[in-house]
Design a protein around this ligand. Structure first.
Ligand SMILES: [Zn+2]
Length: 151
């Protein structure tokens, strides 16, 4: 008899995003546009993690991301880890990395910024990667990790 629990939780091919802080799960979902894909998605949140307290995990069947997409995750979940699954085994582990420049993903936290008042794509220079800090190209205000809003 097959283990039913395993059948539900294991994926044959795809990507598992682990070590997402529980409070940013839905931000990660929106960054990767996971609300729009038609593949099987399983996620769990408020799971116990020694490292993060409470973590979330996302399992995506038959879905693989390019580096650019993976690195967007770092904006809200710098400790996230990706496991690439082929034939039920982890064939690759990926660590997310904050890119040097962020274009059109985050919102500037300055309400007076031109990007919040006109149809201009946001653009930031990353000035800190460990605790993410973004410097707006237009108004030079700093948006920190706690205030990052995804557009
Ligand atoms: Zn700005």
């Amino acid at each position: 008899m097959k283990d039913k629990k395993l059948e539900v939780s294991a994926i044959e091919n795809g990507t598992v995003i682990d070590h997402i802080p529980a409070n940013v799960l839905f931000k990660v979902i929106s960054i990767l546009n996971l609300d729009k894909i038609d593949k099987q998605i399983t996620f769990g949140t408020n799971l116990i993690s020694k490292k993060l307290g409470k973590k979330a995990i996302i399992k995506l069947s038959d879905t693989f991301f390019i580096d650019k997409e993976i690195n967007k995750i770092a904006l809200v979940a710098p400790q996230a880890k990706l496991n690439i699954i082929r034939d039920y085994s982890v064939v690759e582990k990926r660590i997310v990395e904050v890119p040097e420049e962020i274009i059109g993903i985050a919102k500037c936290m300055n309400p007076k910024c031109i990007t919040n008042n006109e149809r201009i794509v946001t653009r930031f220079q990353v000035i800190s990667k460990s605790n993410v800090k973004l410097k707006c190209h237009y108004c030079e205000k700093i948006t920190d990790q706690d205030h990052i809003e995804i557009v």
